[in-house]
Design a protein around this ligand. Structure first.
Ligand code: COA
Length: 167
């Protein structure tokens, strides 16, 4: 499957909101919240598009003063298990590094094995648990943290995210 990872644009918000609702019904960001995120320079908002420009997934992070937080990651049900989630997360990690991120945290439902496996694969480690954090259904939150190795490359040499990725 070939997808293009690129910064999200306003015209894609309807598709992104639909994927949020399908993937994260209890925690979905509204279209208005997503629109606000698009206007915020501290947010890192990427989409994966399949051929024809159809949005098949997105990732939303925040990087403030070197501190990163992964706020949302979702792939449309029909496009799962084909590497889209991994490609989005890798692209976000690369862009976070470009923004001098020294650590990125996240919360994930403790029952969400798919996401936890992906996060572990990408270097996130469990660092805590918040009991009963989630509702509908009630679940604990696993707190995970990614601490990238210090970059050896000069910042100016690091390239911005984008382009087509064969996965
Ligand atoms: C989690 C999610 C984003 C993964 O996206 P995806 O495109 O299907 O993931 P990928 O195909 O890139 O898989 C990457 C790795 O994640 C893990 N993984 C993905 N889906 C999995 C599943 N159903 N069961 C177990 N592991 C899984 C595997 O380690 C996989 O690597 P592998 O294919 O080499 O085994 C997707 O399942 C999703 O949108 N889920 C609902 C929303 C959600 O839970 N978001 C996270 C909120 S914190």
């Amino acid at each position: 499957m070939s997808v293009t990872i690129a910064p999200a644009v306003a015209e894609q918000l309807g598709e992104i909101a639909a994927i949020e609702c399908a993937a994260l019904p209890a925690e979905a960001w509204s279209k208005q919240q997503l629109a606000n995120a698009l206007c915020d320079q501290q947010q890192l908002f990427l989409v994966a598009c399949a051929g024809g420009g159809t949005v098949v997934g997105h990732i939303l992070c925040r990087v403030v003063c070197g501190d990163g937080e992964l706020l949302s990651l979702a792939v449309s049900p029909a496009a799962r298990r084909r590497g889209v989630g991994r490609a989005l997360l890798q692209a976000a990690q690369k862009e976070a590094l470009r923004r001098d991120c020294t650590a990125m945290g996240l919360e994930v439902r403790a029952q969400n094995r798919a996401a936890i496996a992906l996060y572990r694969d990408q270097g996130f480690i469990p660092v805590g648990r918040r009991r009963g954090f989630y509702r509908a259904p009630i679940d604990d939150a696993l707190v995970m943290l990614w601490q990238p190795p210090r970059p050896t490359q000069d910042r100016s040499e690091r390239t911005a995210v984008g382009g087509e990725i064969e996965i």
